[in-house]
Every structure is written in structure tokens, then in C-alpha cells.
Design a binder for this molecule. Structure first.
Ligand code: SPV
Ligand code: MN
Length: 644
């Protein structure tokens, strides 16, 4: 269990301010008249104490309250250029930001949960005792903003007023962090107090890059204090380590769903997108994938792109499953983004019109951002995250594989801004789970029950990507949310089962697995590399849209329902004008029974090590394994869909 407000509140212990009158005094002493006036909009006492303690701890030269006004936005943009955190590019509104070579992705080994003595956390997470973290923060964050401006912004993680929206404070000395916050989240300075009162909680984030030197990165820490819903980050700049409104607060939102709202809310690492089906109907999807596995591309395949990274889900009064995107922008990977696979995104990255922060790409001699897989000829030279770059430097990629772009969703041609602003949320009918799986699961398999659907999420396996420093191998990635699940995995499993089986959830979604990463080599193909193409996603989602409405039937297998060839062939022609041969279908959808059973055994063993997980999961695994064994006895180890 998680208990809030338990143990020492490190921010107030280091800042030393307890009483409201002392907080007000510190604010009055450190803010100029204009910023004090702005802050007067915030009367929530806890929020004022947080800000005052952050000032007392970090000791900035100046404090700026970011209200989201055009003037405040302009101040941060300009200051970021002056400070050198960003540099202007030839296209108006485009800038480049570089993180240190050691800080190009999430620093997983330095990302720690602050724990109280008796607290249990996820077996996949790292913990540090509260007193150790307290000492570290005191040592390294005291005075860390001397000579710098502290920026304080008040944001909403979702449309204001939506049930699952949680407000949050971002405090940082980095203009890049605040600039990014303004592109990714709604500034809710004017509504903050009201929102805190409605939701009953808010999150706080305190960050400083410090001197921003390579030698400081080993001292970088990303701390999550779940008890006080506060994050601390220092000596790093990569947004995944510093803009903790995003994944830091997603971790707290997961806690809120699992421990405070079990059975009625979920907080997921999912895109949200709408597909237009027959007769113009709109079908909304929410889909999980581990970082760096194509979530952004999949999201943008919809007719109504909503968001590419996070989803807050809840059960509405009318029995529908509702979802909101806590964000309004994307912090997307650019590697392999090109005209062909990502036309909407590419337009914003190549043409004037949108405000874009590029990070860790190559800037060529003409100031043009370039990245691996952008579909253009490699430039003769340029500057990247390591310095000067020429193509003969074969051990340094042109751009870092985790290089990214930050921009507003509304810059994307198919974004539905109105839908993304609706506090009622969007009715979600399809949930998908995917990972980088080269050899085992087919491109689509839909669960026959809610329990089977939960088991799909619990069983994701994926190859490591460049989004985490030092990550290697093929790993378990339960719900593609594992890096952000703080509490025990068994608690998370239970929360999933409670949510999807809740009687109040009248409109049960279709829950499906998706896999784009099967290779020729593993499926008896004659070619090399991936069996499919990026654009095939239109077909996989298109089939699920029809299936969710009962417009197509599939083939029943022990692991779930898979599509029939004829339906896919028709969809390939209709959606992407591609000839889809039956031979490819057979390679993609044959059941490689030994691989699947090995996967089930691996999951069973791993889940058995968790603390008292629900037996429901094991009974699904056992049932699937038994069904697969019967099939293997009858038809051999590789079973074609035509033989099912
Ligand atoms: C991811 O890595 O999943 C991201 C970027 O979406 S980060 O902010 O690092 O989480
Ligand atoms: Mn993500």
C-alpha cells in the first residue's frame, strides 16, 4: 500500500519553511512586484509552501512565475537563446537544443524512488531509503540555482475539469524545460486552485541542470517521492530526466489510479487516436507500447490523432470507458521519421508554421536539422550532440537514436484539438498492447475476454531501445508501462483486473495485442528484416475498428482471435493500395507454438516471483498453454491460420 504524506517531506525539511506566514515572507522577499502579483492568483496554501521551500532550497537570483501569457512565453523563448540552452534555426520558431553526450536518454540507473522503510515497490524499479535521498538532495540542491532564474509554472495534466486530470507545478532553472512544458502541457495558472480543490491532489516537480558539465552527470539523480507527490531532478537536461510533468508525474498518476482509485481509473503509457469507420463513425483507440516502439507513428495513423504518449482512463457514469490525453504536444523520436511513413509530422518539421524544439539531431551547414532515416542524402558535415560530425565518423551516428522533436499536437494535420480538449473524455472502444517482438506473436490477436486482455498487457516483451541509457536485451515490459510503475506489479495487475471487470464498465473494449516487428529470418521468409512496413498499421487498426463493431469475424485460436486473410486482403487494397499475398499472411499469422509456449513459461515464472499476484493470470496462461499443446499434438509446431 502507499500512504501519502508519510515520512519526512524533504522539500520542507531542506527549505525549512513550515508555516504559511513564513512561506509568504520568503515569496515577498524573492519575487518582484510583477511576479508577486502573478502569484497572487494562487492561494492554495500547500502550493505556496512548495514554491517557497523550493526557493529557500535552490536560492535562485530571481523568480519568474510563468502564466502562459504570450509575454511570458516570449520571455522564456528569448532567454533560452541568450542562455544558450537553445539556438535558433533558419525556419522561424524552430530551435535546436543539445543534451550532454552522457545524458541522451532516461538515466534509469540514476532514477530512484524515495521509500519509507516498510514500503514495497515494483521489482523492476530502483529504491533509495528516505534518509539517504534527503541527505543527497540537501547536499546537491541547496543553492543549486545561485546565479540563475527559477521558473515556476502551473500546469494541467489533461483538459481542465476532466475527472482524471491532475494539476501540477513545474519548477526549474532550465528555460528548455519550461519551453517544453509550454508545448506539452496546458498552463492552468488561472484555474490551478479550483483544479486542486476538484481533484484533491496536485504534483510538484523541482529541477535544476546545475552547471551542466559532463563531469556532473554521474551525480545526476531523478527522484520520485511518492508519499509527497514531489520529484527532484538535478545535473541533467534530457527532457525525460527533467520535465517531470511527463513521466515523473505519470508515475504519481499511476499510483493515484492503483491505490486511490482502484477499479475506476487507469493511468497508462498509451497513445489515443480516433479512426473513422464505415458510415463516418468514430472509433477511439488507446494503445500501449514501450518507449521507442512506434507509438507516435501509430497514433498519427488515425483520422483523429489525439495524443502519442499518455492516457488517463476512467469509467464514466454512462458505463463507457473514457480517456483523456494529459498532454497537448509531442516529445517524439525523429529517427526514421520521413515523408513516406509520417507525412503529417514531417510537414511540421520541414515547413514553417509550427514552433519546434529539435534535440540531439544533426544541424547541417545550412542550419537544417537532419537525422538518421529522414529519407534524404547524408550531408557532408554538420554539428551533432558530440560536436563536429562528418560521414566518415562511422562510430558516431549522424543523430542520436533517441533524438527528438517537441511541438504542439495542433501542428499535426490530423490532430483533433476539440476532441483533445473535451473534459468528458473520449469513449475508448479498442485497447492495444505492443512491443518489439521479432519472432513470437502475430501482428494482431484480440482477447476473447477481459481477463485475457489483461494477460496480453501483463505479458509484453520487448527489445531494449535507445530511450534508456544502458538498456540492452529483450525484456519484460508489463503494459509497456513498467518503467513508470512505482508500486508492486501485483497491485498493478489487480488494478487492471478490477478496472476491466468492473460491472460499471458496461461498454467493454476490445483488447488486442499488436506486433509490427516480425522478421523474415524468424518466419521462414526469403527476404531480410521486417516482414511488414510502417504503413501496414493502417490495416491492423482498420481491422480492429471493424472487429470492435462486429463487422468482421476472426479465427479463434488458443491465444485469441486473429483476422481472416480475405478481410485483410481487402483492407490492404482499400487503405494503402497494397497487394497482400497469402504467403505473407501465412508467415505473419502462423502460430509458432514452441515460441509462444516458451513465452508463456517465461511470464509464468517471472510473475510467480512477484508478491502474491492474482491467480486469474496464471489460469489464463495455463488455459492458453493447454490449448496450444493440443494444437501442436494435432498439427505440429507451426500451425497455419488456414488449418485452424
Ligand atoms: C519515453 O521514453 O517513453 C518518452 C520520452 O516518451 S520520456 O520523457 O523520456 O519518457
Ligand atoms: Mn513515452
Amino acid at each position: 500500500m502507499l500512504e501519502l504524506k508519510k515520512g519526512v517531506d524533504i522539500l520542507s525539511a531542506v527549505g525549512g519553511i513550515d508555516r504559511l506566514e513564513d512561506a509568504r515572507r520568503v515569496l515577498a522577499e524573492n519575487l518582484d512586484a510583477e511576479n508577486l502579483e502573478k502569484l497572487s492568483k494562487i492561494q492554495n496554501e500547500e502550493a505556496l509552501r512548495k514554491v517557497a521551500n523550493a526557493i529557500a532550497m535552490c536560492q535562485p537570483d530571481k523568480v519568474m512565475i510563468h502564466t502562459g501569457s504570450p509575454a511570458d512565453k516570449e520571455f522564456v523563448r528569448k532567454h533560452s537563446l541568450e542562455k544558450g540552452e537553445e539556438a535558433a534555426l533558419p525556419i522561424d520558431g524552430h530551435t535546436i537544443h543539445f543534451d550532454l553526450p552522457q545524458d541522451q536518454a532516461r538515466l534509469v540507473k540514476q532514477t530512484l524512488y524515495i521509500v519509507n522503510d516498510d514500503e514495497r515497490i515494483s521489482s523492476l524499479a530502483k529504491r533509495e531509503p528516505r534518509d539517504v535521498s534527503h541527505a543527497y538532495i540537501r547536499k546537491h540542491m541547496t543553492g543549486i540555482m545561485k546565479g540563475k532564474i527559477m521558473f515556476v509554472g502551473f500546469y494541467s495534466r489533461g483538459p481542465v475539469g476532466a475527472k482524471a486530470t491532475v494539476p501540477a507545478i513545474e519548477i526549474s532553472s532550465s528555460t528548455y524545460v519550461l519551453h517544453s512544458a509550454e508545448l506539452l502541457y496546458r498552463n492552468c495558472w488561472a484555474d490551478f486552485d479550483k483544479e486542486v480543490a476538484r481533484r484533491g491532489e496536485f504534483f510538484t516537480n523541482v529541477h535544476s541542470e546545475g552547471p551542466n558539465r559532463p563531469e556532473d552527470v554521474p551525480n545526476a539523480r531523478i527522484y520520485m517521492d511518492r508519499s509527497w507527490q514531489t520529484t527532484y531532478s538535478m545535473f541533467c537536461t534530457y527532457a525525460g530526466n527533467t520535465l517531470l510533468l511527463k513521466k515523473g508525474n505519470h508515475r504519481f498518476a499511476s499510483d493515484s489510479a492503483i491505490y486511490m482509485n482502484r477499479g475506476t481509473e487507469l493511468s497508462e503509457h498509451m497513445f489515443i487516436t480516433g479512426l473513422t469507420g464505415p458510415g463516418g463513425r468514430k472509433t477511439y483507440f488507446a494503445g500501449a507500447a514501450p518507449s521507442g516502439c512506434g507509438k507516435t507513428t501509430t497514433a498519427m495513423v488515425g483520422s483523429d490523432f489525439i495524443g502519442d504518449d499518455l492516457a488517463q482512463l476512467w469509467i464514466a457514469e454512462d458505463g463507457t470507458l473514457r480517456g483523456i490525453n494529459p498532454e497537448i504536444g509531442i516529445f517524439g523520436i525523429v529517427e526514421d521519421v520521413n515523408e513516406e511513413g509520417d507525412p503529417y509530422l514531417m510537414k511540421s518539421l520541414r515547413e514553417p508554421g509550427a514552433e519546434v524544439i529539435f534535440c540531439n539531431v544533426l544541424i547541417d551547414e545550412n542550419g537544417k536539422p537532419r537525422w538518421v532515416g529522414d529519407g534524404e542524402e547524408v550531408p557532408p558535415r554538420g554539428t551533432n550532440f558530440q560536436g563536429e560530425w562528418t560521414p566518415d565518423m562511422t562510430d558516431v551516428p549522424m543523430s542520436h537514436p533517441n533524438s527528438r522533436c517537441t511541438l504542439l499536437n495542433e501542428a499535426i494535420g490530423n490532430h483533433n484539438k476539440e476532441a483533445n480538449s473535451d473534459p468528458a473524455g473520449l469513449p475508448i472502444s479498442v485497447i492495444t498492447y505492443s512491443g518489439r517482438d521479432a519472432d513470437t506473436m502475430p501482428p494482431i490477436w484480440a482477447a476473447k475476454s477481459m481477463d485475457e486482455g489483461v494477460a496480453i498487457g501483463a505479458s509484453i516483451v520487448s527489445k531494449a531501445t535507445a530511450t534508456e541509457v544502458g538498456a540492452t536485451g529483450v525484456n519484460r515490459q508489463p503494459w509497456a508501462n513498467a518503467p513508470f510503475i512505482a508500486g508492486g506489479l501485483s497491485d498493478y495487475l489487480d488494478a487492471q483486473l478490477c478496472f476491466f471487470n468492473n460491472d460499471r464498465l458496461a461498454a467493454k473494449p476490445v483488447i488486442s495485442g499488436l506486433n509490427y516487428f516480425l522478421t523474415h529470418e524468424n518466419r521462414g521468409g526469403s527476404g531480410r528484416g521486417l516482414l511488414g512496413e510502417k504503413r501496414d498499421v493502417h490495416v491492423w487498426l482498420g481491422w480492429l475498428e471493424l472487429y470492435a463493431h462486429g463487422d468482421v469475424e476472426g479465427i479463434e485460436t488458443p491465444i485469441g482471435i486473429i483476422p481472416k486473410y480475405a478481410d485483410l486482403k481487402r483492407l490492404f487494397t482499400e487503405k494503402i493500395d497494397k497487394e497482400y499475398g497469402e504467403e505473407l499472411y501465412t508467415m505473419q499469422f502462423s502460430l509458432y507454438i514452441d515460441n509462444i509456449i516458451a513465452r508463456i513459461d517465461l511470464q509464468t515464472e517471472a510473475w510467480r516471483k512477484e508478491d502474491n499476484p492474482s491467480e486469474v493470470l496464471f489460469s489464463i496462461y495455463a488455459q492458453q498453454k493447454a490449448g496450444l499443446e493440443v494444437l501442436r499434438a494435432a498439427k505440429g509446431p507451426v500451425v497455419k491460420p488456414q488449418d485452424l
